[in-house]
Design a protein around this ligand. Structure first.
Ligand code: ADP
Ligand code: MG
Length: 596
């Protein structure tokens, strides 16, 4: 292919403008993005080579080399991964395949720090090179293609790019950044090493840089004032050294990993800029053996509600990346979990489709689900940690570890509680454990902190059901006339205001043997909570109002199934309820909104 000039897809051009203009204060992330692309490319090669060993050609050691040329003012990131064909370079570096890009544009806030975080989440990583470069040259050859089927791609980051065929014996990709005038600092080994250390220590691939050593300036005129020497400087030695730790973090023993390293690794795999809320790192032994390192984020991502989104749990087999398929490794209601699972048992060279159906993968998914639930149970248990006087009358010393967990469950629940509830309908096996993890506001607590167990512990003598009401908002729930009799009798009612509550509660009929009852459904039988006099008065009223009811029923015959005398109201004259087995008004409204 002779040289041709092509235009960027409109979105790319727009994106480039944003990237170069809004991410200026967080320049250094470009290196993280380019190294992560190099690492992805090596993962892809490893995966393809499982079925075609010849792809390794004569370079089986996968690596990334970072080098710079002060005179030419270039910085080069080179990998020997899968590489790109000419068409792939055009497709992958000229268009944005991902549907999320429009969202991305909309999410940019103008706050540079926040926007920089979004870049990673959306995978517009390559273009971040233009933050520091006014021209980028990419030279690549795809593994398996001939040396003369290489490609050169060049762009100044404005409207278009050039591509041409080149001869490139080395497999893989070189990204050559022609640095802007004000990006001088990246022409320093020290600076580059420090950025690599910050972002890429946990990349399992070695990142190499050429060693430099100090060389005195040459002696030319011994007589003059500086001893006749020219100034000395660092010179390249031709020897390359690994500058990152290059060990897959999850394979190291727990005791050798610091909290900071765990947090940094989380940031690398999640593209989150905040530290995680908590994590679990375990070797699971038994029929299926694997290592799991699972994180719970502190903050929900912007696309939490997109159920198609790629999940954050990656599957490795003996450190070879296999897939990051959501459903196979984590149920959808735990889609916020990030992490790595590395199995020694799975066959390496099977298709993704087969893997998803494998018994071992199912076992891993079940084991990981249980692990996440126990992490949450542990947080819930320590959410309100108070030093309590034990049987011996001595106040417990609050364990520092436990203390650190205080308030974390509340924080977790505020971000992810609504997603967790989806589990009631999705994961029958764990329904009871999930039910214990749910929290609601109630007529006794404005904060979303009441669990079913707390509620049960406070139930009135003779109360036989857990009462709840669903509504659009806390205010609507609290002021519902359906609560009148409960207020009067001092019976606590759970107030459910998440959109998913109604649907989720369909799957939960009781908690620990106590039935759940919506106060908006049916006749609300307060059973033993009513005294004899009240029952008698109700019966008499029902009798006395019979003729009125008959008239009302006739008048409302197309609109209401039934009209009856109720004991649930105290101040209001009438209210609407649905039948016991009926769809609640809330759910009906939701379905209507959804166009059903
Ligand atoms: P993402 O990495 O999220 O896919 P990027 O903008 O970082 O998005 O990269 C776009 C695409 O360009 C990648 O998906 C990949 O196909 C291709 N690409 C980028 N860098 C390399 C590389 N070093 N080797 C091979 N392909 C690459
Ligand atoms: Mg990328």
């Amino acid at each position: 292919m002779s040289k041709q000039t092509l235009s960027f897809q409109a979105e790319v051009a727009q994106l480039l403008h944003l990237v170069t203009h809004s991410l200026y204060s967080n320049q250094e992330i470009f290196l993280r993005e380019l190294i992560s692309n190099a690492s992805d490319a090596c993962d892809k090669l490893r995966f393809e080579a499982l079925n075609n060993n010849a792809l390794y050609e004569d370079a089986p050691n996968l690596e990334v080399r970072v080098s710079f040329d002060k005179d030419a003012r270039t910085l080069t990131i080179q990998d020997n991964g899968i590489g790109m064909s000419a068409q792939e370079a055009i497709d992958h570096l000229g268009t944005i395949a991902k549907s999320g890009t429009k969202d991305f544009m909309g999410k940019l806030t103008g706050d540079q720090k926040q926007d920089a975080q979004l870049i990673g989440q959306f995978g517009v990583g390559f273009y971040s090179g233009f933050i520091v470069a006014d021209k980028i040259t990419v030279e690549s050859r795809r593994a398996g293609l001939k040396a003369d089927e290489g490609v050169r791609w060049v762009s100044g980051g404005a409207g278009d790019f050039e591509v041409e065929t080149i001869t490139r014996p080395a497999r893989g990709t070189s990204v050559i950044l022609h640095l802007r005038d004000d990006a001088d600092e990246y022409l320093s080994a020290w600076k580059l090493k420090s950025v690599i250390g910050k972002y890429s220590d946990h990349i399992s691939l070695p990142i190499l840089m050429e060693k430099e050593e100090w060389k005195d300036g040459e002696l030319i005129n011994p007589g003059d004032e500086n001893g006749g020497r020219q100034p000395g400087g660092m010179v390249k030695t031709g020897e390359w050294e690994t500058v990152n730790k290059a060990s897959a973090l999850w394979t190291r023993p727990k005791k050798d990993i610091t909290e900071e390293q765990y947090a940094e690794f989380y940031k690398t795999i999640s593209h989150d800029h905040e530290a995680p809320l908590t994590w679990a790192h375990n070797r699971v032994e038994g029929n299926t053996e694997y290592t799991q390192l699972l994180y719970i984020p502190a903050k929900a991502p912007f696309d939490l509600w997109n159920r198609d989104k790629k999940a954050g749990v990656k599957l490795y087999v003996k450190r070879v990346f296999i897939m990051d398929d959501a459903e196979a490794l984590m149920p959808s209601y735990l889609r916020f979990v990030k992490g790595v699972i590395d199995s020694a048992d799975l066959p390496l060279n099977v298709s993704r489709e087969l893997l998803q159906e494998s018994r071992d993968v199912r076992a891993i998914r079940e084991g990981s689900t249980k692990r996440v639930l126990s992490m949450l149970e542990d947080l819930a248990k320590h959410d309100k940690h108070e030093a309590t006087a034990g049987d011996d009358g001595v106040t417990d010393v609050v364990d520092a570890d436990d203390k650190a967990k205080e308030g974390k469950y509340t924080a977790f629940y505020a971000e992810f509680g609504a997603v967790l509830k989806e589990g009631l309908g999705e994961d029958f096996g764990n329904r009871e454990r999930l039910a214990k993890l749910l929290r609601f506001a109630s007529t006794a607590s404005d904060s979303v902190s009441v669990g079913f167990a707390d509620y049960k512990a406070r139930m009135k003598e003779g109360q036989e059901a857990i009462y709840y009401i669903t509504a659009d908002s806390l205010a609507a729930a609290k002021n519902s006339p359906q609560l009148e009799v409960f207020k009067k009798k001092g019976i606590e009612v759970l107030l459910m205001t998440d959109r998913v509550d109604e649907w989720a509660l369909n799957y939960l009929h009781d908690f620990d043997g106590t039935p759940l009852q919506s106060v908006a459904k049916g006749a609300v039988d307060l059973g033993k909570l009513q005294d004899e006099a009240e029952k008698k008065a109700a019966e008499e009223a029902a009798e006395a109002f019979k003729p009125v009811l008959a008239k009302l029923k006739e008048a409302l015959k197309d609109k209401a199934e039934d009209v009856r005398v109720t004991t649930r109201l105290v101040d209001s004259p009438a209210c609407l309820v649905v039948q016991d087995d009926g769809m609640s008004t809330q759910l009906a409204r939701m379905l209507k909104q959804a166009g059903q």
